[in-house]
Structure formats: C-alpha cells, structure tokens
Design a protein around this ligand. Structure first.
Ligand SMILES: [Zn+2]
Length: 349
C-alpha cells in the first residue's frame, strides 16, 4: 500500500448515509484511523480522526452499528469484528445476519451463533444423548448396527429379568460394561469438561449410561438414566465393585443380585440426577441439546423447562425441532470442535 493513502477497513450504512472506517500508515509505518460519514441527502462528508483502531471501533459501538447493514469488511478486521459480533448473540435485527455473512464463512454461521451464545450466557446446561457417544465408537443401541438389534431389550433391560433371567441379564450387561472399559471419551467430551472448568458452561445432563462425561473430567454431571459402571444390589441398593457383578457374586450385605446402576425399562429415573438437572435447566439462560432425538420420556421434556435460549445439535434435525432457537446440523464431536476453535480464536478463554 502506498504511503498516506487511506484504506477502508469496514463500511456500513442505512438509507440516510454510509460510514467508512479507514486506516492510514505514514512513512514511519505509524497508523492512524478515521471515520468518514457520508450523508446521502447532500453527499456531505464528515471526517472524524481516531488515534487507534480500538478508539475507532469504540465510537462504532456507540452508534449501535449492528443496526446498520455492512457494505464491506476488510479481511484484516474480520476477526476483530467477528469477536464483537459474538458478544451480541441472537440479535434479531436483520443486519446481524448480514454482518455474520461478511465476517464468517457461510457454513460457519451456525457454529458462530452457537459459540456466541455460549460466550454470552451466564448459565448454560448441556443435555446429551446417544449421538454424543457414537464418535467414541460405542455402539449406538438404537441404530441399525446397535446392541438392541441383536437382543430384545424388552426381555433384558427390565427389572423382571433380574428376577427371572439373571444369567442372560448379567451376561448382557457384563458385555456392555467390558465394551465400555475399552472406550475412551472423544474430543467433544473433553471440550465440555474444559468449558465447565472455565465456567463457560455450568453442567451436563445426559441420557447416556457410559460415564464418558465423567471420564473426560466433567464434574457437574447428571446421569439421568444412571451409569453402567455404578454397580449396586438390586434388592438393598448397596453399591459395590464392578468385578463382583462381572463374576456374578451376590451382594455382600443381603445376598441379593447385583446389577448395573442403569435405569431399566419401567423404573424411575434417579431422583437426585433428575432434580439436579431440572433445577439447573430451569435456572439456565441457555440449554444446548446434543445428539438426542428427544424421543425418550421424560428427558425429552427437559428442554421445555427453561425460559432461556435453546439450541439443538444433531446429525439429523427434523421439523419437530423447530421450537428451538437455533438448529445446528452436525455430529457432536465435529460441532464442539468447531465451536471450540471459534471461542479460542476470539480469545473467549
Ligand atoms: Zn443387597
């Protein structure tokens, strides 16, 4: 760029006029900035100098720039403007969408909105389902290749099976527990744990019984359907080691039959987990639902329990998910990794 020429960093406007943010470097390489306001009515120009980029953007914010439509965004300020956009998530004004398009690639727009919502929320609860675990290569037991295709769940995942069909029950769950031991959390689980540590999210409520959120380091986890690795006595409820169940040993306290701490069909959800999740979802100003088709009652009622914003992330988004404020189509791990990149790039933590 030639010395002492003004380069436009961003331009925006309305029917009454346009505003250009310009930068100029002199011979010594020192920058200065100005705002050029052009009034449409008489083509009159007003120039206001600013000492720094920070200063020029500050004045830009004073005018509620999001109400104006962008006309141009220079690639070198996309990141700065993008970060400011993220602090204003879900602006309803039509110009907000256009600003997003100017500052981000088209396919990133929903990711950016999700990142913006996470960054701006003061209490976020994440609700996860089977789709959260599929990228850990744990069998998704509702999909075609899954567990339940091989065995009728109605005959095994019921309290009656503990009484009448214990050998098959113990083999079935024993195999699931062993499969779990060689399954690791994926990057998406670790990202959620990291967000919790950094206070970006408050807690995770999950339908999954695989304990992968805990394994990844999440602390506030509500396991709504229980957990495979928490073995207890079916009769007296005493908790014990996994190995005792795998070896089909009886309960040490009452000689009753051992079982995994999962909710079987027809059983109540664990009260502590349910109440904890419900309370936090009610208080939340953002609920992000990830990887669940929301077909299973009563967990599918939870997203309605908040007055806050709701976002739905899933490989498949259906029309019945239209009540959510934002639908993000994609796999759990992929989406979380992209959101993480946006948050890190924008220095949100
Ligand atoms: Zn017992």
């Amino acid at each position: 760029m030639a010395n002492n020429t003004w380069e436009t960093l961003a331009a925006y406007g309305s029917e009454t006029g346009t505003i250009e943010i310009q930068e100029c470097r002199n011979k010594e390489g020192k920058e200065k900035y100005r705002r050029v306001i052009t009034y449409m009515e008489d083509n009159h120009k007003k120039k206001e100098e600013a000492g720094s980029l920070e200063e020029v953007f500050k004045s830009l914010e004073g005018q509620d720039w999001l109400l104006y439509f962008p006309l141009y965004v220079n690639p070198k300020v996309k990141k700065i403007l993008g970060a400011r956009l993220l602090q204003q998530p879900f602006k309803t004004h039509a110009a907000y969408e256009t600003w997003l398009q100017y500052c981000f690639q088209e396919e990133e727009t929903n990711i950016v909105k999700l990142a913006g919502a996470v960054a701006a929320s003061s209490k976020t609860v994440v609700l996860t389902g089977a789709g959260m675990s599929t990228e850990s290569n744990l069998p998704d037991f509702r999909s075609k290749a899954g567990w339940w295709q091989k065995i009728d769940p109605k005959s095994i995942a019921v309290p009656e099976a503990v009484e009448n069909n214990y050998s098959v029950f113990a083999d079935f769950y024993g195999e699931r527990i062993k499969a779990l031991e060689s399954t690791a959390p994926h990057a998406g689980h670790f990202i959620l744990a990291e967000w919790e540590k950094s206070s970006l999210i408050h807690s995770v409520a999950t339908q999954n019984v695989d304990g992968l959120h805990r394994k990844a380091g999440s602390r506030n986890v509500y396991e709504l359907h229980g957990a495979l690795d928490k073995v207890k006595c079916h009769r007296c409820g005493t908790e014990t080691e996994i190995d005792n169940f795998l070896q089909k040993k009886p309960c040490a306290s009452c000689s009753g039959r051992l079982r995994p701490g999962v909710v079987l069909f027809g059983e109540f959800l664990p009260e502590d987990a349910w109440n904890g999740a419900l309370k936090n979802i009610e208080e939340a100003d953002l609920v992000i639902v990830i990887g669940t088709s929301l077909e299973v009652y009563p967990v599918n009622q939870l997203p309605r329990m908040t007055d806050g914003r709701t976002i739905y992330v899933n490989a498949e988004t259906e029309s019945e998910h239209g009540s959510f404020d934002l639908l993000v189509k994609g796999k759990a791990k992929e989406v979380l990794e992209k959101v993480e990149v946006v948050l890190r790039n924008m220095s949100f933590y």
